[in-house]
Design a protein around this ligand. Structure first.
Ligand code: MOS
Length: 745
């Protein structure tokens, strides 16, 4: 029989969770963000110069000329960068790429204007004020063309794939006949608007080249540093190893920092030309056009159900758009393929290429808006059938992914629905709309399911145990405020038995082993599993050292050993790890990549949302009074930060249901909101008491940590629960989100 070391434990009791390791640095303002790097911090003899971007004021056409005379001669201005003096860059692309954030994205590259608010110049000066004042003196002459900026089925194309790898159409069963034979039928169209990113920290980069102008370091705010490294290198015709990206503290991402943007590229170009560090930060207003946004969608949803609530047919056909020069598809119908066990399910996608800024991921891309159509549609069918919406969902629960035709690795949708209904006191609800009134307020309740597919991305980790017993974790991972640093410290501590105060997690640097980064709810499991595997290797090395012939635990079987309190023990003999580490320390690596478990199983996080709203019969204003969210996402690494992710998603659900929209002016092609006064996101006053919990769940296959993504499931379904509550309150079904007061009067 082989003697093997037991696997690292995964069941340390964790109570209410732990605070963020870097929390004190953040709340005291001592954690430096990308726009706060001083000369000393970046190791430069001179303070960074400051670049300010000039943006186009048309949406489509040709940039004929730029008058930069006044700017160039302004005191304190060091450089005015335009297409006339920008260095050669690779063309945009490739259009289809597995990693679309590693593509070449040139700026100031040609004379084409592709969207309103496209950077056309960068002014670099000694101070921000000087650069901004000089930027305002630049005038542009354009040959404008009429932009196409509205969704239109007639001009839409069928994209060959969804973002390079998923099928555009899926179909099981016989939709036409199943739908025709259904006792209850729904055929409606839901619309969702453009949504703008509004992370607390705008995009910013500080760039510094080495003395030879061969290697650049970019301190920036980004979710996937290794993709940014490849993309910027490709654009500037450099090798990836010539570009180092550093981004330890990231003030929010939510998909808006999955791509890198012109702040990084233009800072790098200007710093090279000036032989001096340069930083470029976007203003809040610039973020609304010079970054990405969530696409508007138009979704036709057809549902057919038998009288007992059995779903016979679902068809979900979604129209979305991307920039004229891109091919991003909002993957709106993904959840429809897997949430309910209907006899027939078809999904399809159409795409408009529009003269708008790039659309790309925002929190739960696809699902956050796709589940509005699906889950409000379910509510409509429940109402038609006279059936309770929770019961309808329970009746169509399935342990097999209906279109992928493979089992879910774990799926506690039913438990989430039942637990949520109990916690919310759902049974007290009057199913007839418009019956509950308190003065001017109409009160109603609604619910929706939550689902988000789970994925692991390739990641590597390196750990170093020093002779003094200190463990250092190194990986090019990011923490956009989600608590990643904290859970990585916890994983390392749990796996090695080294107390957290003797562990340093160093991430946010492409000089470290490449990591998945943060996005798509894959960060914790990808980076965490790589780290766990590095810890397993370390444990084995230490255990083997201890049990060699001359070792302190000679002749003791590996199978009896465990790690705790910075020691290795078999219960009777305990050896401090420091006795097992060579003088120059012990370094091990770990990695993870998707394996057969990703092919053999469907993996997803599930949940249920319940909301109570009050709608004013006088003003049409909707107030969300309370929300309950119950989620099942495998093992939870840190209850405290997990709850923060859940309530963040649910509050964003309020935002999406009631407020968030950025309409485009069809004449000029510009977004009408460019600041947080006009782009309304839910504030504290809009967020009621939120009851968010995670059910215990055994996830057998997802990854060595037995966890599933938790970042995005909180927003999935949340807007629909609120829309459904508004219907219960008022009897008015709004299918055009957000549900603003004008639509309810
Ligand atoms: Mo994710 S789209 O990076 O919130």
């Amino acid at each position: 029989m082989t003697d093997t070391l037991p696997k690292a434990p995964l069941d340390t009791p964790f109570g209410p969770g732990i605070d963020r390791v870097e929390g004190p640095l953040k709340v005291t303002g001592t954690a430096p963000y990308a726009n706060e790097h001083t000369a000393r911090r970046i190791g430069s003899p001179t303070h960074p110069l400051v670049g300010f971007m000039v943006l186009s004021t048309i949406a489509k056409g040709r940039l004929v000329s730029l008058d930069t005379t006044a700017a160039r001669t302004s005191p304190g201005v060091r450089l005015v960068l335009t297409r006339d003096n920008a260095p050669p860059q690779n063309d945009w692309g490739p259009l289809v790429a597995r990693d679309r954030f590693a593509r070449s994205q040139p700026a100031l590259h040609d004379d084409r204007i592709r969207f309103f608010g496209q950077p056309v110049a960068l002014v670099v000066a000694d101070t921000l004020e000087t650069a901004r004042a000089a930027a305002q003196t630049i005038s542009a002459t354009y040959e404008p063309e009429t932009p196409a900026v509205t969704l239109d089925e007639k001009t839409a194309i069928i994209p060959p794939t969804l973002n390079g790898f998923k099928p555009t159409r899926t179909s099981i069963g016989d939709f036409r006949n199943s739908y025709a034979a259904s006792a209850a039928k729904l055929d409606v169209t839901y619309e969702t608007p453009h949504q703008s990113h509004a992370q607390m920290e705008p995009h910013a980069t500080t760039a510094l080249w080495d003395a030879n102008g061969e290697h650049v370091t970019l301190w920036t705010s980004n979710q996937i540093l290794n993709s940014a490294q490849k993309g910027i290198a490709s654009t500037l015709q450099l090798k990836p190893e010539q570009v180092r990206i550093v981004g330890l503290y990231v003030g929010g991402g939510f998909g808006g920092k999955l791509p890198w943007f012109d702040d990084a590229l233009l800072a790098a170009i200007a710093a090279r030309m000036l032989k001096c560090p340069v930083r470029v930060a976007m203003t809040r207003q610039q973020m609304f056009t010079a970054t990405t946004h969530r696409t508007a969608t138009r979704q036709r949803i057809r549902i057919g159900a038998a009288r007992d609530g059995h779903l016979r047919a679902i068809a979900h056909d979604a129209l979305s758009h991307c920039a004229s020069f891109d091919n991003f598809v909002e993957d709106t119908t993904t959840i429809t393929r897997g949430l309910y066990g209907a006899d027939a399910i078809t999904t399809s996608a159409l795409l408009n290429k529009l003269d708008l800024p790039r659309s790309d991921s925002m929190r739960a891309p696809g699902d956050a808006v796709g589940m509005i159509a699906l889950e409000c549609g379910l509510d409509e069918i429940a109402h038609t059938l006279g059936m309770d919406p929770v019961a309808l969902r329970l009746a169509n629960d399935t342990q097999t992914d209906p279109t992928a035709k493979r089992p879910f690795s774990s799926r506690k949708l039913a438990e989430c629905l039942r637990t949520g209904a109990t916690r919310f006191n759902w049974s007290a609800r009057n199913p007839t709309p418009g019956q509950h009134r308190e003065g001017e307020w109409l009160i109603g309740t609604g619910m929706a399911s939550a689902m988000r597919y789970n994925l692991v991305r390739p990641s590597q980790a390196e750990i170093i145990l020093s002779q003094t017993g200190h463990l250092t974790v190194r990986m090019a991972m990011t923490d956009p405020g989600t608590g990643t640093i904290t859970i990585l410290a916890r994983i390392a501590s749990e796996a090695t038995g080294i107390p957290p105060d003797r562990i340093t997690v160093t991430i946010g640097d492409t000089d470290f082993p490449p990591a998945a980064g943060s996005g798509g709810s894959f960060g914790a499991e990808s980076a965490g599993s790589a780290l766990y595997n590095a810890c397993e290797t370390l444990r084995l090395r230490l255990a083997r050292t201890a049990t060699t012939e001359n070792g302190p635990l000679a002749n003791i079987p590996l199978s009896t050993l465990s790690f705790s309190n910075a020691s290795l023990t078999n219960g009777t003999k305990t050896i401090p790890l420091t006795q097992l580490v060579p003088r120059d320390g012990l370094t091990t690596q770990g990695s993870i990549k998707p394996g057969n478990e990703a092919k053999d199983w469907s993996q997803a996080s599930f949940g249920a949302h319940f909301a109570e709203v009050a709608v004013s019969a006088v003003t049409g204003e909707t107030r969300v009074r309370r929300m309950t969210g119950v989620f099942a996402c495998g093992r939870i690494l840190n209850a405290r930060t997990a709850r923060s992710q859940a309530i963040g998603g649910m509050i964003w659900g309020i935002s999406a249901a009631l407020f968030e929209a950025n309409p485009v002016d069809p004449r000029s092609g510009q977004f009408t909101a460019r600041d947080l006064a006009n782009y309304h996101v839910a504030s504290h006053a809009d967020a009621p008491h939120i009851d968010a919990t995670f059910l215990p769940e055994d996830e057998p296959v997802s990854n060595p940590l037995h966890i599933k993504g938790i970042g995005e499931v909180g927003i999935c379904g949340a807007p629909a629960a609120i829309g459904n509550a508004i219907f219960n309150a008022t009897g008015i079904r709004i299918r055009n989100f957000p549900i603003t007061p004008d639509k309810l009067l």
